[in-house]
Design a protein around this ligand. Structure first.
Ligand code: IFM
Length: 444
């Protein structure tokens, strides 16, 4: 199948997962720096202190990006540019992003900037972070700073990355930074993140009407772990991962199941702000969610076991492209003909370098062929998808899982000076991007 001309092909990363240089050139502490230091929170005691050392290997990485894709999505580290989260600006931090953007443009790669990919400055967390409504002012100052600094060269903006994961894992169940498990804080975080999207969309558009602005959300089918799973738990989990964000953005309401819990945190006029016609909705798909009732967690709702029959990734996630098809077509049924960009999709494996110094990853190629082929089928069936960004350009720090799961199309050897080796999927994807042609397999 052929993808349309002008289809946006890219690769994605995030600042804390690759940059390193956590204590250099004036960067302030972020919540992940703090969280990584709490014993037991991150597998193997890993931290993002050095990560892929992208900060120091920018030139080499720019060459690898340009050899792969014409579009590159990266995030700004808020604590690198505003070490206390607000007020004092850190010029060397801004310089780094200038060099990154200039280096991309010099190589004909279009930058896509994510403003918030989870690394909140610690100083703002000390004031409640996203649970404090003051974040709306802090975030808008930060977003405007970045738009003014990079907006002469960057046209594509992604406001937030996966507010579902940030709010539920970070404020609801405490698995991610900032490590809180508090029902009200979780609900406040959800609402403030939605407010930040609507508010920032309008502010950046008034800065430059030509900006292409979206925000990136998880899109996961949610189902009971067993046929007799309580439907209320399923509806709650669907709200946490999908409805809490798509409903306010696209319908101006919260899902019925949580609306009364959110109500105390909503002020007059808020729902007009959260409702916004973004230029595109970024969707990120990895897996389906199986739900189990579990009274150890807020709203008595948590993950259950994965089905036994599906093959699994190194994250333990199911490989099943029919989930992706269900999400894409289901989204259209639920919300209409919205322009979508797949801002993340990919697979974690435990890739290694072989005796010839190569990194063959045939399972990743199979995964990408099946998932991108499924995307092509959904587009043929009428889903309005404009682009696809693979997660991830290179192996990186996978949050609470540390460095073991490898999502990259480029292998990073953490033991040997973080040496980069393009995997076989790198060549495969570069060819797909050039030709725009995907073979349809039986799994699609
Ligand atoms: O690594 C993450 C990324 O930061 C956000 N989306 C999911 C990826 C894989 O877990």
């Amino acid at each position: 199948m052929d993808f349309p001309k002008g289809f946006i092909w890219g690769a994605a990363t995030a600042a804390y997962q690759i940059e390193g240089a956590a204590q250099e050139d004036g960067r302030g502490p972020g919540i992940w720096d703090t969280f990584c230091r709490i014993p037991g929170k991150i597998k193997n005691g890993d931290t993002g202190d050095i990560a892929c050392d992208h900060y120091h290997r920018l030139d080499e990485d720019l060459g690898l990006i340009a050899g792969l894709v014409p579009n590159y999505r990266f995030s700004i580290s808020w604590p690198r540019v505003l070490p206390e989260g607000r007020g004092r600006v850190n010029e060397p931090g801004l310089d780094f992003y200038d060099r990154l953007v200039d280096g991309l443009l010099a190589r004909n790669v279009t930058p896509w900037v994510t403003l918030f990919h989870w690394d909140l400055p610690q100083a703002l967390q000390d004031r409640g972070g996203w649970a404090n409504r003051d974040i709306l002012g802090w975030f808008s100052d930060y977003a405007e700073l970045m738009a003014r600094r990079l907006g002469d060269r960057v046209n594509n903006w992604i406001i937030l990355n996966e507010p579902s994961v940030y709010s539920w894992m970070g404020h609801g169940v405490g698995i991610n930074a900032p490590g809180l498990a508090d029902r009200d804080g979780f609900l406040q975080c959800v609402h403030h993140m939605n407010m930040a999207v609507g508010q920032t969309y309008r502010a950046l558009k008034s800065e430059n009407a030509a900006f292409r602005i979206g925000s990136a959300y998880t899109l996961m089918p949610v189902r009971g772990e067993r046929p007799d799973t309580n439907p209320e738990n399923v509806a709650l989990m669907d709200a946490f991962w999908n409805g809490h964000f798509y409903d306010p953005l696209l319908k101006g309401t919260y899902p019925e199941i949580t609306a009364s819990y959110l109500a105390p945190f909503i002020r007059e006029g808020d729902m007009n702000i959260v409702r916004a016609d973004l230029d595109f909705v970024g969707i990120q798909h990895y897996d389906a969610i199986e739900v189990r009732r579990n009274s150890a967690y807020i709203f008595d709702t948590f993950f259950g076991d994965k089905p036994a029959h599906t093959p699994k990734t190194a994250m333990g996630w199911s490989i099943d492209p029919s989930n992706f098809y269900e999400c894409l077509t289901g989204f259209k049924k639920r919300y209409g003909d919205i322009p979508l960009i797949v801002t993340e999709n990919g697979i974690a494996l435990e890739d290694s370098i072989d005796s010839n110094g190569q990194c063959p990853d045939p399972r990743r190629i199979d995964f990408l062929r099946d998932y991108i082929g499924t995307l092509a089928r959904a587009m043929k069936d009428g889903v309005n998808v404009r682009g696809y960004f693979v997660w991830s350009l290179m192996d990186n720090f996978e949050w609470g899982e540390g460095y073991r799961p490898r999502f990259g199309l480029i292998h990073v050897d953490y033991a040997r000076d973080r040496r980069r080796t393009p995997k076989s999927s790198y060549e495969w994807y570069a060819t797909l991007v050039k030709t725009g042609k995907i073979a349809m397999t039986n799994n699609i």
